[in-house]
Design a protein around this ligand. Structure first.
Ligand SMILES: *Cc1c(COP(=O)(O)O)cnc(C)c1O
Length: 375
């Protein structure tokens, strides 16, 4: 192995493996808490649409056949809903797969990408795999993408700017004005990736820009069924872009992604608007309640257009201890050090019961935290 190991690719060796939030089973085994609330991964705590199960079961009847590689039926439905051409849509095994497809389709040697220093870890990972130089622009004091500084970083070797809108882990968003400014300042041979994983949750925000309504030839919009639709386990998402970009991306995607049951689940879930509205409503209410609670407790946080809220602590160590203490109470949170914010913790908005659990556990562990600090 030793000889082989010296010949492994350096950029892969230096990548850190993704460490996900603890699973419910792990937390149960270690701490045996009375209740477990998984508020770590921005999943939909209401679950998924009731329409999904039947549709997936029906799809299983044809599971011996390969999936439709172009997901025709689903593409047609998405095209109809969003008023775009079918040829402008590509389905993939989640937006992370689409990011990977983008990285392997468009980059030539020595071309760079620009994004924020605090954004979706999946982007850093997939760019790292392709040895793409990523210029990380610090987020503003309000934890937002710094549009001006991003534009200033663009040079002749820039292939792409990546933004998540709303962003993860900060929950902040670029408003229409800021988005327009970014778009108009970008040369038209630089791709703009607009990752709208939290699009549905941002709908109540009045100045949130609809990237599909402001389309340019160099813009690729990413959406996913993993978040509001509650289908993270299926691995399915889509890109909307100019037909030529989609044509190129189609050549490099894994031929048969996404899987047949995932396509069926996505198609069914699109029919259930009531479920999406209920999910967005729960998150809106949960965020307001959490803001009030944090105000009362004197905790710093960042207001969010997504389904999570970023809690800003005093230090990296405090964020780590807080996350650990909450875990012992059965509340699984995400210390977002790998997302570039080591002094912050991300809280996914859950059901009323889960948010009760969060608040109760917070009151217990928060006291511990400050006792520690006074030593
Ligand atoms: C969660 C998330 C995704 C979702 O990725 P999938 O691969 O579709 O599950 C994509 N982008 C951002 C910014 C996210 O937070």
């Amino acid at each position: 192995m030793k000889n082989l190991e010296t010949k492994l690719r350096e950029n892969i060796k230096s990548l850190k493996p993704y460490i996900s939030g603890k699973t419910i089973a792990e937390v149960k085994a270690i701490y045996q808490p009375a209740q477990i609330s998984k508020l770590a991964s921005n999943e939909n705590r209401l679950g998924f649409s009731k329409l999904v199960k039947d549709s997936v079961l029906k799809a299983l009847d044809g599971i011996h056949d390969y999936p439709d590689p172009l997901a025709l039926q689903l593409r047609r439905e998405l095209a109809r809903r969003y008023g775009v051409d079918e040829k402008e849509i590509l389905l993939g095994a989640g937006s992370e797969s689409l990011i990977s497809i983008i990285c392997r389709t468009f980059f030539q040697d020595h071309e760079n990408a620009i994004t924020a220093d605090a954004t979706f870890v999946g982007f850093f990972l997939q760019a790292g795999v392709r040895v793409i130089e990523v210029k990380k622009v610090p987020v503003t004091n309000e934890y937002k993408f710094d549009v001006l500084k991003i534009l200033n970083k663009v040079n002749e070797s820039t292939k792409m700017v990546y933004i998540a809108n709303p962003n993860n882990p900060t929950g902040t968003y670029l408003n229409q004005k800021e988005y327009d400014y970014l778009l108009s300042g970008l040369p038209d041979d630089v791709l703009l990736i607009v990752d709208e994983a939290y699009f549905e949750y941002a709908q109540p925000v009045t100045d949130y820009p609809n990237a599909l309504a402001n389309r340019r030839e160099n813009v690729i919009v990413l959406r996913t069924f993993s978040k509001a639709y509650g289908l993270a386990g299926f691995r399915i998402g889509y890109a909307v872009a100019d037909e030529i970009l989609i044509r190129e991306m189609t050549k490099t995607k894994l031929t048969f992604e996404p899987a047949t049951p995932a396509q069926a689940a996505a198609l069914a879930s699109l029919q259930d608007e009531e479920f999406i509205n209920r999910s967005v409503g729960m998150v809106e209410k949960g965020k307001e309640r959490l803001y009030d609670f944090f105000d009362l407790q004197g905790v710093k946080y960042v207001k969010s257009a997504a389904n999570s809220v970023l809690m800003v602590l005093e230090s990296d160590q405090q964020a780590e201890i807080f996350t650990q203490n909450m875990l012992a109470e059965g509340v699984i949170l995400r210390h977002v050090n790998v997302f570039g914010l080591p002094h912050c913790v991300r809280i996914t908005i859950g059901t009323e019961r889960e948010m009760n659990h969060f608040e109760e556990s917070f009151l217990t562990t928060h006291q511990l935290l400050f006792l520690n600090n006074e030593d």
